[in-house]
Design a protein around this ligand. Structure first.
Ligand code: NDP
Length: 494
């Protein structure tokens, strides 16, 4: 069974102006057609942005607590439809149901947090330097935001942007990843049903070059919130910079878990299995490097290879599946290319490293969980984001070398240290160059009410989640009220 899905523009579900569509298929079985979706172009984007300007006028005038109430209803609808959404998301992008349920839950948590923020949106006040004068700052709605998102968290990542943007009083135009338009359609349906002004939520599905880039460049867009690869993010930043518009970037990672000799090895093993192979390694926070101190290296690697070799590949909607497929053929080719690069660089392949030959996996984009040992810090498999189930193990002699190897990459999203030494843990917190550090936990597992984002080439200083994102989606207005009844001059009148 397949369906035809449309854009949401100017409050209506419409085809792309050109009539163009594209097919979206299940990555676990490519004969399963999920549906056809609008392949949008610049004209669709232009219409969506123009209508979003109207939507902004209407939605921004609704008091923030009332906007929050609509988001609360959206959260309730997500709760009601959690199972249906998780099932469709697994069908669309492959990760096991337990993970897509978590993805929906993160959107629910974000909805409720943002809803309550409608009654806060706090800013600052301070005493004036003059008498009979008051100063304070207020957060004001900013305009229309372009939202550009990846496929690996098809609901959670968009929700981190869209809920805060809306509660702050903005309208959005969303270009979701071409691989996960079904989730996007379902999310927009929920937002409208929950009572968000329909023109404040515009959806244009399709491809990055044909719909995403025109959105970033469109007149009438105030700012862009992007999550995706560093190469695309930096390109978008250039386009935004040339137009003087704000841009929030969440980009790639090369996250490491450092295991010291005194660590609880059982705990470290569970952490790396989940961090490296959850979501088939396709998380921005995935553990793609395991840095192990000499004394426990061999024992941990032996246990890791045994356990990773038992992970069950399969359709994420089937009971017992640990690891789903990669998202598409290009992704699998990229992963396989990196495995060959690792072998040519002299790393030792101790697990996986190929496409499984089982018949029932041949219809999907599966790849065997892969482990390299003997990886040197300057090898490409230790430096570049692979975005698949490939783990590079690096051996270090002590804590100092571990931190140096950890920091010796261009990215800085997530990180983890396993140790029983509290002092070492706090030194690591201080010295690891990353936006997120876990102590005795894997690199993955963000919570909606904490800031999320990275340093170095992972981001441009903004954060999603928690409280800071509301500043990005607001304009800050400073207000002075002089009730002295005379002209008072700041800095001049004592
Ligand atoms: P991409 O950068 O390829 O794509 C992200 C989004 O940008 C997609 O919607 C894509 O459209 C769109 N896009 C592509 N080209 C352009 C363009 N020229 N102008 C405007 N939009 C464009 O990333 P992936 O979807 O492959 O996601 C994987 C990447 O995302 C990884 O690097 C991962 O680390 C990162 N990521 C980062 C996170 C973080 O919070 N730091 C979280 C999740 C992922 P289309 O789908 O059509 O290509």
């Amino acid at each position: 069974m397949s369906d035809e899905f449309r854009n949401h523009v100017a409050g209506r579900w419409v085809h792309a102006e050109s009539g163009a569509t594209y097919e979206n298929r299940n990555p676990a079985g490519r004969d399963d057609l999920i549906g056809t979706f609008a392949a949008s172009g610049p004209v669709d984007v232009e219409r969506a942005v123009a209508s979003a300007r109207d939507g902004y006028e209407m939605w921004s005038r609704i008091p923030a607590p009332k906007r929050g109430e609509a988001l609360k209803r959206a959260g309730d609808l997500l709760v009601e439809r959690k199972e249906e959404l998780a099932d469709g998301m697994t069908r669309e992008m492959g990760k096991p149901l337990v993970e897509t349920r978590g993805d929906v839950q993160e959107a629910i948590d974000t909805a409720y947090y943002a809803a309550s923020e409608g009654r806060r949106l706090f800013s600052h006040t301070a005493p004036s330097e003059l008498s009979a004068k008051m100063g304070f700052a207020v957060l004001r709605p900013a305009g229309v935001f372009g939202i550009v998102t990846p496929w690996n968290f098809p609901l959670a990542v968009p929700s981190w942007k869209i809920f805060p943007a809306l509660v702050c009083g903005n309208a959005i135009v969303w270009k979701p990843a071409q691989d996960t338009p079904w989730t996007a359609v379902r999310f927009v349906e929920i937002l409208v049903e929950a009572g968000v002004t329909p023109e404040a939520v515009q959806l244009v599905t399709g491809f990055g070059s044909e719909a995403g880039e025109p959105l970033v460049k469109a007149d009438g867009v105030t700012g862009v919130s992007f999550t995706g690869s560093t190469v695309v993010g930096c390109h978008i930043a250039g386009l935004c910079g040339a137009r003087g518009r704000r841009v929030s970037l969440e980009m790639g990672g090369k996250n490491a878990q450092l295991v010291l000799d005194d660590a609880d090895l059982g705990l470290a093993l569970e952490g790396v299995l989940w961090g490296a192979f959850g979501t088939t390694g396709q998380r921005c926070t995935a553990t793609s490097r395991l840095i192990v101190q000499d004394g426990v290296h061999d024992e941990l690697v032996e246990a890791l290879v045994a356990r990773a070799g038992e992970l069950r590949l399969g359709d994420g909607r089937r009971d017992g599946t640990d690891v789903g497929p990669l998202i598409n053929e290009d992704a699998r080719e990229k992963v396989d290319k990196y495995v060959r690069i690792g072998q040519n660089e002299g790393a030792e392949l101790v697990l996986g490293g190929g496409i499984p030959d089982d018949d029932d996996l041949s219809r999907g984009w599966f790849y065997r969980p892969t482990v390299f040992v003997g990886v040197e810090p300057d090898m490409r498999i230790a430096q570049e984001e692979i975005f698949g189930p490939v783990l590079s193990v690096l051996r270090v002699s002590d804590f100092e070398e571990g931190i140096a190897v950890m920091n010796g990459v261009r990215y800085g999203l997530s990180s983890s240290i396993y140790t029983a030494d509290v002092g070492r843990a706090f030194q690591a917190i201080e010295r690891i160059e990353a936006g997120i550090t876990y102590v005795n936990g894997p690199t993955i597992g963000a919570e909606a009410h904490f800031p999320f984002g990275g340093v170095k080439d992972t981001g441009n200083g903004h954060r999603e989640g928690g409280w800071p994102v509301y500043d990005f989606f607001s304009d800050l207005k400073t207000v002075y009220v002089d009730y002295s009844g005379r002209l008072q001059k700041a800095q001049i009148d004592a």
